[in-house]
Design a protein around this ligand. Sequence first.
Ligand code: AMP
Length: 406
Amino acid sequence: MKFEDYRIAESIKKALSELKFKKPTDIQFKAITPILNGEDVLAIAQTGTGKTAAFVIPAIEMVLQEKKRHADAHIRCLTLVPTRELAVQISKVFEEIGKYSKLKVACLHGGVEQEKQIQSLTAGADVLVTTPGRMFDLIHQGFADISKLKMLILDEADLMLDLGFYKDVTDTLKHIPKKRQTLFFSATIDKKIKKLAYSVVKNAIRIQISPKNPVAKNIDHAVVFVEMDDKRFFLENILKEYENKKFVVFVRTKVRAERVVKAMERVELKSVFLHGGIEQKERFKILEAFRNGEERVLVTTDVAARGIDIPDVEYVINYDLPDNPENYVHRVGRTGRGRNRGQALSFCSDTEVLLLEAIEEYTGEEILQYEVKPEDYDQIIFGSEDSSNDWKRLMKQFETDEWLDK
Ligand code: AMP
């Protein structure tokens, strides 16, 4: 089936064709028709599967139909998301796919001034994409009215729970009509999420995408065993080998993110770090620079692991393995977006072997191991342009000399 064949407005089809979306992805194939039929949906799908368009396409169609019936301006669709970055990203997808549908989208999130956000609301938004905190601020100030909406979408519901938004979600229900359509999306499912899900949906159609191995099929992932102190040389090596490719490099802490960027600077590789300690405005700027190709290497903590959709990321490097196996799936999901292929490579030191095992248990799959021959390993270190590794060269030389003396 092609998008051409769907029962959706020509204005949506035109935008999809411009985006080069021809055929639906798996989640889109399973979700769009039931949503168009007015069903509630409970979907377990990770980012990278095309899940955003799976709800955005039928949501826009619903808004268009509703506007034909009742022309007065009001919010018809509310999308609740856990983070600011996701709010911005999803509202962009609404804008792109709604480009020819005269769709008015408002995006609310904390961390920036309210003025502009209020303006977009008073201009008569059809769709509101928001984090819970800012939405409640603006409801209480009388700028946001969600009392007439037709569709509620919850995206990344599991992260919403992790971040403590349970009460915000249930409070939202008090402000919206009981008679509505609800779409519930989560990357993972457990008891707590089920409880939340069943408190918001009614007789929902359940959809699950690749339940067994949550790592998207179009991502090749591998692990290489590297000493902790040698990780930067391996990163240098791979960044130089694939000098035109886009990389997201995940590290464990903010300090490490900054250090890795400095280490790459020493060998004349430009990269940029992103972490939760950076102000929101600056974070958006960094992501934008990475998105538009001004920056090609983004070194980040797990703040960028979820949801963020940046096209053309060819490589994800797990410079440090994540403590939480679920984050592995989110991290590697930054590559292989939509129908693209992606590569994910993890650097595993002696101290991280248990983390690797936990990841393999979680994904139910052994991760392919890259064997690096000792001479190649040495070559990667000696080949570095970082003069601060001279002591390593000396040590190595010393060991070799000692061996030759024997
Ligand atoms: P998502 O899982 O919503 O974050 O989407 C992942 C990526 O897939 C995004 O870059 C989308 O632009 C892309 N995408 C979504 N649907 C399609 C489609 N039907 N065909 C091609 N690419 C798509």
